[in-house]
Write a protein that binds this ligand. Structure first.
Ligand SMILES: [Zn+2]
Length: 293
């Protein structure tokens, strides 16, 4: 099990764990950050551009700017010719047949790409937030407790501690990080009749205040699918991160939407079983229970 929020919605500047839709606007074509091309397009979409850029760039992308240019030159040249005919001056003829079309074309070839580049440079960039599902209403939520089981096959990137899951919280550049990486784990529930499906669960492991750190060879591959900067750029970036780990044997509580179902049970007919799992937008949260010692 690996919990990572690798989908993003450019309209909401939001990163979230799973498709198919953005949890805030419902857009059904979220961007998958594991795809480098998709990531590059998101970076562009998050940029704030000038009003002129927002109008001209989409036209230029489709090649319509050439059509607009040719039309403009033809219209100007025709206007200059009309002017030359009416005024009858040699200078006006010179302008109509030479200066307007030639100077226009030269300016187009030399200056237009530079202007487009200028317009394409974002003035600022929107920050990518991490989605946090709202707390469930009290009457539908319930909590199960138990002990984490499994093998400590992960190494937490900041502390180097072996663990079964770790959560990273903070920022890389301006973008928010709040992500958990988890190995395959199970929770041995105190209530033996209850059932639990941890797929898609959110790990709410309490972290200290984030510290300044540089994205090195250990953090780079972990953060690469979570932040928008291209994979080559991420190394050496400054990040502010904090970490928390979950280890086998830790006691946890799991909070989710109450779902009681009848399960066939020998001669008694049916018994009621409490089941916790992710239900559509209703999240499942895992929190460690502090030890008493
Ligand atoms: Zn959205």
């Amino acid at each position: 099990m690996r919990v990572a929020q690798t989908f993003a919605c450019s309209r909401c500047s939001l990163r979230f764990p799973r498709g198919p839709a953005c949890p805030e606007c419902g857009d059904e074509a979220p961007i998958d950050l594991r795809n480098p091309d998709a990531k590059a397009s998101l970076e562009r979409k998050l940029g704030k551009r000038s009003l002129l850029g927002r109008w001209i760039l989409p036209l230029a992308e489709r090649g319509y700017d050439t059509v607009v240019f040719i039309t403009l030159i033809v219209v100007l040249t025709l206007a200059a010719m009309l002017g030359a005919m009416l005024s009858g001056s040699m200078l006006a003829y010179f302008g109509a047949y030479l200066v307007v079309p030639v100077a226009g074309t030269v300016a187009w070839v030399l200056l237009w790409p530079k202007l487009l580049e200028r317009l394409d440079e974002p003035k600022a960039r929107r920050v990518l937030r991490v989605y946090r599902p709202p707390r469930l209403p009290e009457k539908v939520r319930t909590t199960l407790t138990g002990v984490v089981q499994g093998d400590a096959t992960l190494v937490a990137p900041l502390s180097g501690r072996r663990c079964i899951a770790y959560r990273l919280v903070g920022r890389v550049g301006d973008d928010e990080v709040d992500d958990t990486v988890a190995a395959t784990l199970d929770v041995a529930l105190d209530n033996p009749d209850a059932e639990l499906d941890l797929t898609g669960a959110i790990f709410e492991l309490p972290t200290p205040a984030p510290d300044r750190t540089e994205v090195g060879p250990v953090l780079a591959p972990i953060l690469a699918p979570l932040v928008v900067v291209s994979d080559d750029d991420i190394r050496g970036r400054e990040a502010h991160l904090a970490e928390a780990v979950l280890a086998p044997g830790d006691r946890v509580e799991v909070e989710g939407r109450r779902d009681v179902r009848a399960v066939p049970d020998g001669y008694r007919g049916h018994k009621q079983t409490l089941r916790l799992a992710v239900h559509g937008p209703a999240p499942l949260r895992i929190r460690p229970i502090p030890r008493n010692d």
